[in-house]
Design a protein around this ligand. Structure first.
Ligand SMILES: Nc1ncnc2c1ncn2[C@@H]1O[C@H](COP(=O)(O)OP(=O)(O)OP(=O)(O)O)[C@@H](O)[C@H]1O
Ligand SMILES: [Mg+2]
Length: 343
């Protein structure tokens, strides 16, 4: 018979906990545990509920007398996959305790970190391969041919620029992440941010030979922000418009004050960068702000892109309690709008 103090202790624990006897029958289950396995688990054979090979093997070791062990256990709740760490401890005379902790978020973060490292390595490997190949070529007879040498050095310089671009993007991503929880407070004029960005992009704008329409009222209120980071946001959005949308021959930069917006308790600025280029299928929209995501890998890479720009934009906007709204359709160009609250 279960002692009352022990069952109230188990019931009080927030994470799923089961008390199981030496034959494997469940003697007590708290509400978190019955939520995970259903109420039928009371009195049932635990082996029937933990059949996944790792956790089943762990169970057998503990039933055979091992005092402590743990294993992972995957459960599905709705469409979500949850990863639990199951710890078995053989502390009580006739029973052992199985406790479950939800490690889904830790596992997801770990998977994300692995993906990130794999992506960075992959992005660095291709320019490095090119560089190594040309160094070898230049060390051979081709090194004595001035025309070939000049051509190869040019390609090598391009690859070096690509690598430093990637490193610069990675550093700015990590800088943005480091201060993401700290809200920026200095008053910033969006008109000044946009003018400075356009001035810095002047050479690209001229090279793209597009018409630029600038429609930003002079009396917009300042917003609390981080000037340099906001320049980064619009630098990437305008640069993207030039890189992927120049075929339309036109780029609109605009800003409006919106008195009220759902989800905000203050007025907001809506700053739009609109191009008239090829656009893209809206199914890509949710993925665009993922790190390293590019719709057309080859094309973005040719123009020196690494797919980090919009990921940085999203982080900076979220630090400003802002939002990014993307609209596009094939053949109709794209509009990227940053919504920034005024207080
Ligand atoms: N204005 C646009 N028109 C069409 N496609 C766009 C536009 N802006 C972004 N994209 C698509 O979104 C992808 C991701 O953009 P993002 O700015 O994150 O990366 P990138 O421009 O490829 O590289 P980076 O910004 O790191 O140099 C681009 O590769 C492109 O496929
Ligand atoms: Mg970009």
């Amino acid at each position: 018979m279960m002692d009352v103090a022990l069952s109230s202790l188990v019931a009080a624990l927030p994470q799923p906990v089961l008390l199981v006897n030496k034959q494997g029958f469940v003697q007590a289950a708290n509400s978190a545990a019955t939520e995970l396995f259903s109420t039928r688990i009371m009195g049932a054979q635990i082996r029937a509920y933990l059949r996944q090979p790792d956790v089943a093997a762990m169970l057998e070791r503990v039933l055979a007398g091992q005092t402590e062990d743990s294993a992972s256990f995957i459960a599905h709740s709705g469409s979500r996959e949850m990863v639990w760490k199951v710890v078995a401890r053989n502390g009580l005379a006739e029973m052992f305790v199985l406790s479950f902790s939800d490690i889904s978020d830790i596992e997801a973060a770990e998977a994300q970190r692995r993906d990130f490292v794999a992506n960075v390595s992959h992005e660095l490997r291709s320019p490095l391969t090119v560089l190594a190949g040309f160094i070898e070529t230049l060390q051979g007879p081709a090194g004595d041919d001035p025309a070939a040498r000049a051509e190869f050095l040019e390609i090598m310089a391009e690859q070096a620029v690509r690598m430093s671009g990637l490193v610069a993007d990675l550093l700015s991503l990590s800088r943005v992440e480091a201060v993401e929880k700290i809200r920026p407070r200095e008053p910033v004029s969006i008109d000044m941010v946009l003018k400075a960005t356009l001035a810095a992009l002047r050479p690209q704008i001229e090279a793209a030979s597009i018409r630029l329409d600038y429609d930003v009222p002079e009396d917009l209120p300042d917003i609390p922000g981080d000037y340099d980071q906001l320049v980064q946001v619009f630098h990437n959005l305008i640069e993207n418009g030039l890189k992927y949308g120049a075929s339309g021959g036109r780029l609109d930069v605009s800003a409006v004050l919106i008195p009220a917006l759902p989800g905000y308790d203050c007025p907001a600025l809506r700053v739009g960068i609109r191009d008239y280029g090829e656009g893209f299928d809206p199914i890509f929209i949710p993925r665009l702000t993922e790190r390293f995501y590019r719709i057309d890998k080859a094309r973005s890479r040719d123009s020196g892109g690494t797919g980090l720009g919009l990921a940085i934009v999203k982080h900076i906007l979220s630090r400003h309690r802002g939002r990014l709204i993307i609209r596009s359709a094939p053949g109709e160009g794209s509009k990227f709008e940053a919504v920034l609250p005024c207080s």
